[in-house]
Design a protein around this ligand. Structure first.
Ligand code: AHR
Length: 513
C-alpha cells in the first residue's frame, strides 16, 4: 500500500513538473506586415586594433588568397552569412579621419596617429577605394560615417560628391584619375559618431544644430538618396533621444543607439571573456536583456514625435565588451568569444527582430579581432567564433516578415538575480517557410516548449542548434570546432502544434514548411 502511494505521488509530481516546465508559445501567422530589414544583420569595421590592418587588409607578403590586399578567405565566410552592410571607418576613429588622406597613390598618402586606439601610426593604405572594393566583393551596402568632430562641413560635402556624383566636377575627375569611373552611390551616411563623447563631447542641443548644418550640404545625387543617420543616445540617455527627435525629426533617416553588454557592469573591470562563473554569466545576460527595455523606451519617445515610424532606430554598435585577452595591447580590444557570446548574439537579434517596426539597421562591434568578433585571425589562419554561427543560422530572417509571438518564459535564477530563460522570434520568408529562433539562457535546465502556430499550415520541421557543455566554451586555433552549429533533432509536430526540447545554453533555429 505504502509503495503504491509513493508511486502515485511520484507520477503526480512528475506530471506537475512536466506541465510546469512546458512553456506555451504562440506564433501569429495571420497577415504579417512588418519586414525584418536585412540591415539588422550588419557589421562594423573600424580602424581599431587588428580589424582592418591584419584583419580585412593584410601585407602583400601574406600567403593567403587576396584581391589587392583584401583577404578573400574572410570575404568568403562573410558572404556565406549574407552580410548586408558594413560600417566604416569608425567609431571614434571616424571623427578624426580625413578622407583625402586615404585616396591616391598609396606611397604618397600621409600618415596620421590613431589617437583613440593606442596612438599607432595609420598609413592610410586602406581608404575610400579599398573600403568600397571590399563592400563590392562582399556584395554588401557600405555604411560610411563622416567626420563631424574634427572635420568640416565642406570636407563631408566633398566626400559625398567624390563618392556619389556622376557628372563632371573637379572631384569626380580626381576619382576617375584614382581608378574609379562610376560613382559608388553610397546611401547609408552617419553624420558623426558618439558626438556626446569621443565625437566632440556635445550637448544634444548643440549636436542638433551641427547635424542640420552638415546634413544641409550632404547632397542627394541621382541614384544616391542619402539615408542620414544622426548620432543617437548612449544607452539609456533618453533626454538625448527626446531633444534630437524634437529638433531634427524627419530630417534624419535614422537615429543611432549604442549599447554594449559589460559582463560585470563596470567599465573599470569589465570581466574576462573566458573565465567567469554562473553569477557573472547571469549578470551578463541580465545586462544584455536591457537592450529590449532600452529599445522600447527610446521607441516610445520617438513615437511621440514620429507616430508613423518614419525615422529608424539604428543600433550601429552593440555586443559584449570584456577585458582584453591577457598579453594583448589594451587599446586593441582583442577578446575571445564563448558560447555565452553566441547566446548574447541570439538574444539580441531576437530583440531586434521583435522591434523590426522601428529597428531597421544594426551593426555588431566588430567583425574581426575586435570586441564581439565573428572572426579571429592568427597569421594566415582564420577562426570562426560561436557568434559567427549565430549569424549563419539567423540569416533566414533577413527581409522576411515578422510573425508576432507571445511567450510566458519561465525564469532562470541564480542567487538573487532572475531573468527570463527563453527568448524567441519568428518570421515567414517569401516562399512561405517559417523560421523560429529560440534561445535558452538557463545554465542547467532543458525547457520544453509547445508552440501553437496560428494561421500557418506546415508539414515538416528541420533545425540547427548551437550549444556546448559550458557557457565558457570557446573555439581556438587548435580546436576550432568546439562551438559550431549542428543538426537539431528534438523538434516534432503534434497535430498543428510544434513540440521542442530546448537544451540548456542553446540557440536553436527551426524551419517549418
Ligand atoms: O567599438 C569601439 C568603440 O566604442 C567605438 O569606436 C566607439 O564608437 C564606441 O565607444
Amino acid at each position: 500500500m505504502k509503495s503504491f502511494f509513493v508511486s502515485v505521488c511520484f507520477i503526480v509530481l512528475s506530471i506537475a513538473m512536466y506541465s510546469q516546465s512546458e512553456v506555451k508559445l504562440i506564433v501569429n501567422g495571420h497577415d504579417p506586415k512588418t519586414i525584418i530589414s536585412k540591415h539588422i544583420y550588419g557589421h562594423f569595421s573600424e580602424h581599431l586594433g587588428r580589424c582592418i590592418y591584419d584583419g580585412f587588409w593584410v601585407n602583400d607578403s601574406m600567403n593567403v588568397p587576396k584581391k589587392d590586399r583584401i583577404r578573400l578567405d574572410i570575404v568568403e565566410v562573410l558572404k556565406k552569412i549574407k552580410i548586408p552592410n558594413l560600417r566604416w571607418p569608425g567609431g571614434c576613429f571616424a571623427d578624426e579621419y580625413h578622407w583625402r588622406d586615404g585616396i591616391g597613390p598609396r606611397k604618397q598618402r600621409p600618415t596620421m596617429i590613431n589617437t583613440n586606439w593606442g596612438n599607432v601610426t595609420e598609413d592610410n593604405s586602406f581608404g575610400t577605394h579599398e573600403f568600397l572594393e571590399l563592400c563590392s566583393l562582399l556584395n554588401c551596402e557600405p555604411y560610411i560615417t563622416g567626420n563631424v568632430g574634427s572635420g568640416t562641413v565642406e570636407e563631408m560635402s566633398k566626400w559625398i560628391e567624390y563618392l556619389n556624383f556622376d557628372g563632371l566636377s573637379p572631384l569626380t575627375t580626381l576619382r576617375k584619375e584614382n581608378g574609379t569611373d562610376k560613382p559608388w552611390n553610397v546611401k547609408f551616411w552617419g553624420v558623426g559618431n558618439e558626438s556626446w563623447g569621443c565625437g566632440g563631447n556635445m550637448t544634444p542641443e548643440y549636436y542638433s544644430d551641427q547635424f542640420k548644418r552638415y546634413a544641409a550640404f550632404a547632397k542627394n545625387y541621382p541614384n544616391a538618396r542619402l539615408k542620414k543617420i544622426a548620432t543617437g543616445p548612449n544607452s539609456e540617455d533618453y533626454n538625448w533621444t527626446d531633444v534630437i527627435m524634437k529638433n531634427i525629426g524627419s530630417r534624419m533617416w535614422g537615429l543611432s543607439l549604442h549599447f554594449y553588454t559589460i559582463p560585470t557592469g563596470s567599465w573599470a573591470h569589465k570581466g574576462t571573456a573566458t573565465a567567469f562563473d554562473e553569477k557573472e554569466y547571469i549578470n551578463t545576460m541580465k545586462n544584455c536583456l536591457k537592450m529590449d527595455e532600452m529599445i522600447s523606451k527610446h521607441s516610445t519617445i520617438m513615437d511621440k514625435y514620429d507616430p508613423e515610424k518614419k525615422v529608424s532606430l539604428v543600433v550601429d554598435e552593440w555586443g559584449v565588451w570584456t577585458d582584453v585577452e591577457p598579453g594583448t595591447n589594451p587599446a586593441f580590444l582583442y577578446q575571445q568569444n564563448s558560447l555565452r557570446d553566441a547566446l548574447i548574439a541570439g538574444t539580441t537579434l531576437n530583440i531586434f527582430n521583435n522591434h523590426a517596426e522601428r529597428v531597421r539597421l544594426a551593426n555588431l562591434a566588430q567583425t574581426i579581432n575586435v570586441l564581439q568578433s565573428l572572426i579571429l585571425t592568427k597569421g594566415n589562419q582564420i577562426l570562426l567564433t560561436p557568434t559567427y554561427y549565430v549569424f549563419d543560422l539567423y540569416k533566414v530572417h533577413q527581409d522576411a516578415k515578422l510573425l508576432p509571438i507571445q511567450i510566458n518564459s519561465p525564469s532562470y535564477n541564480n542567487g538573487d538575480v532572475k531573468i527570463s530563460a527563453v527568448n524567441v522570434s519568428a518570421s515567414q520568408d517569401s516562399t512561405g517557410a517559417v523560421h523560429i529562433s529560440f534561445v535558452n539562457l538557463d545554465a542547467t535546465k532543458t525547457i520544453n516548449i509547445k508552440t501553437a502556430l496560428e494561421g500557418i499550415n506546415w508539414k515538416t520541421v528541420e533545425g540547427k542548434i548551437i550549444t556546448s557543455a559550458k557557457f565558457t566554451d570557446i573555439n581556438t586555433f587548435e580546436k576550432p570546432n568546439t562551438v559550431v552549429s549542428a543538426v537539431f533533432k528534438n523538434a516534432r509536430k503534434e497535430g498543428n502544434d510544434l513540440l521542442v526540447e530546448l537544451p540548456a545554453l542553446s540557440v536553436v533555429v527551426l524551419e517549418l514548411k
